[in-house]
Write a protein that binds this ligand. Structure first.
Ligand code: N01
Length: 562
């Protein structure tokens, strides 16, 4: 175990190596790092990957692409950045996003604060020092006053434990660990397992060149067109003039998107008007069909059925073979109660002669052999298997770290029957530990949501600095009340009754056979209101204290330089 300390050039008396150890240099982590650096904290970011970008670093699979408008997903903290960066498409692809995050890292000189290739394995609270010790898989150990875990909700891949899985002799890829090299599908028989948002994107791409594509589907989804288009050079100025308005819309909407739920009931409209409304959303760019739809489709079965039937009809119109179409039509849950994948000619793929759909509800996968996938109905010889099987979502990225708070209590144990937090950021008994965008926080369009959450953390740190505090913990009662509130909110929504990663399913790991509340699936407006009230009232749910011994005195480095 080696020990490193960032040299403080301003004569700080703190015994910690850093003021803050930040875990993760993805989209949220980079913004957090920028804010900490600007505020004068001595910060070290630890990142498992060899580069920045988080999901956009790992999910390099062909077809990976945004489905929120790029200019609503890009950072808003710097006008200069917004002016300099021109998005080439309304819904940018993974290579462009990765370039963007690398540009941000360089533009704001963030890279020198990041140690890449360091997977954090443990974070232990040091009760005497009121700080933390963080260790990595490279044998490094760092001490700090605060830990900020920006580990992302969709980080840890979920791989089905099919018998014989590792015996497969051909190439195997999980979409979220796609290798950084060109993979050709030409002349190959390729299997894709999984038809979530990722599966849909990768299937569209593989179908273009594979000799044969076999899609193994367990649950069909309600997919809707992305309607992407390039952004012409002469469109940029008009678009950029709208950036402040777009940012404001994201920060005031229900799902952090640039459009908002329609406050009317679906039944306020006559049948023909409703059809025109839905048709428009279906043909508009982006995820408006889900996020700008009538408010009651998320709570009322009858309202939801109208939209579900609309999308079902579209699927049947687009897929030529009626038997295949029926297998692609969701029947056991309503529209928008699972994540709606956005697609580009996804359904037309099933009209191609080189594509075959295997319905795993009829014939489940029995085993994998060195050359094939064997279902209970058939054997499929393949050259390559692509697992688009999702993530151990939200808690997975925390649970893989040995996080211990006061009294050595493990966060993983505390969350055994589901995560419990205050505002998604704080856990009682884990002082000076923050999780921007963590479990039970409000997520949707990720960057605006993360910017809000990071700003929340910075405001709290600023409050502490202003009052000379160096210790903060949230009251257990406040955590419980928030957890109950989020559970209540979810139980009133149709989404809370359907199995998906959002409700804690599909992690292919043990102990996930019951519904869980992982995120604040209620309105982001309510979420912001809750956070704003706590801040405005002076954080009454928190316990603060000043440092107890001169040894652990507040570092002068916590005093901002400007
Ligand atoms: O993961 P998923 P994802 N046997 O969990 C199937 C974001 N995202 O990576 O539905 C057979 O949704 C599983 O089947 P079932 C977005 O938020 C964003 O696709 O559990 N099949 C399902 O079909 C999204 O929601 C973008 O029955 C198995 C699939 O694998 C989130 O990431 C793009 C199986 C997993 O679907 C996760 O999406 C992509 C098994 N044992 C993703 N285990 C953007 O556009 C799992 N499956 C920005």
């Amino acid at each position: 175990m080696t020990h490193e300390k960032d040299a403080c050039t301003r004569g700080c008396a703190d015994s910690f190596d850093y003021d803050v150890v930040l875990i993760g240099a993805g989209m949220g982590g980079l913004y957090q790092l920028y804010r900490l650096k600007e505020a004068g904290y001595r910060v070290l970011a630890l990142e498992a990957a060899e580069g920045v970008g988080g999901v956009w670093h790992w999910n390099r699979y062909p077809g990976a692409r945004l489905d929120s408008e790029a200019y609503s997903y890009g950072y808003t903290f710097s006008n200069a950045l917004q002016e300099e960066w021109n998005w080439s498409e309304h819904f940018a692809g993974q290579p462009e996003l990765l370039r963007y995050f690398n540009y941000v890292a360089d533009r704001f000189d963030l890279r020198r604060h990041i140690r890449f290739g360091n997977l954090v394995t443990a974070a232990h609270y040091l009760e005497d020092e009121q700080g933390w010790a963080v260790t990595t898989d490279k044998g490094k150990r760092y001490t700090c006053r605060y830990v900020i875990a920006a580990v992302g909700p969709l980080t840890l891949p979920s791989l089905p434990p099919f018998p014989g899985r590792d015996s497969f002799a051909g190439e195997t890829c999980h979409t979220s660990r796609w290798p950084d090299r060109e993979i050709s599908f030409a002349g190959k028989s390729v299997a894709v397992i999984g038809t979530g948002a990722t599966g849909v994107q990768v299937i569209q791409e593989v179908a273009k060149t594979a000799e044969r594509l076999i899609v193994f589907q367990r649950t069909p989804n309600y997919c809707a067109p992305l309607n992407n288009a390039p952004i012409a050079a002469d469109e940029q100025p008009t678009l950029k003039a709208r950036y402040p308005e777009i940012a404001a819309a994201c920060r005031s909407s229900n799902g952090w998107f640039m459009y908002d739920t329609d406050p009317r009931s679906i039944f306020d409209l006559a049948d023909e008007e409703r059809e025109v409304f839905l048709e428009k959303l279906y043909n508009d760019p982006g995820i408006g069909i889900w996020k700008a739809n009538f408010h009651d489709i998320g709570t009322d079965e009858a309202a939801n059925t109208v939209v579900s039937d609309f999308i079902r009809r579209k699927i049947r119109e687009r897929v030529r073979d009626p038997d295949v179409a029926e297998r692609l039509v969701p029947k056991t849950f309503g529209f928008g109660t699972r994540r709606v994948p956005l697609e580009t000619r996804y359904y037309e793929v099933y009209n191609q002669a080189n594509v075959q759909l295997v319905d795993l509800t009829e014939t489940p996968i029995d085993r994998i052999t060195p050359t094939s996938i064997v279902t209970t109905g058939d054997e499929f010889e393949v050259d390559m298997i692509i697992y688009a099987t999702g993530f151990d979502a939200v808690t997975g990225s925390f649970n893989r770290i040995d996080i211990r708070g006061v009294g050595g209590v493990k966060l993983k144990d505390r969350w055994e029957s589901g995560p419990s937090t205050f505002l998604g950021v704080h856990a009682a008994g884990f002082p000076n530990f923050f999780m921007p965008g963590g479990p039970l926080a409000s997520l949707g369009n990720f960057t605006p949501a993360m910017e809000y959450s990071v700003d929340w953390v910075m405001d709290l740190l600023g409050y502490m600095r202003d009052h000379g505090f160096a210790y903060v913990d949230v009251a257990a009662a406040a955590e419980q009340a928030w957890t109950d509130l989020v559970r209540d909110r979810q139980s009133g929504l149709l989404i809370g009754r359907v199995k998906s990663w959002i409700t804690g399913f599909n992690s292919n790991s043990e102990g996930t056979e019951e519904f869980r509340v992982l995120l604040n699936t209620g309105s982001a407006k309510d979420y912001r209101q809750s956070c704003d009230t706590v801040r405005r009232n002076g954080y009454p749910e928190f316990e603060f204290s000043k440092v107890e011994s001169p040894q652990s005195a507040l570092s002068p480095c916590l005093i901002p330089r400007h």
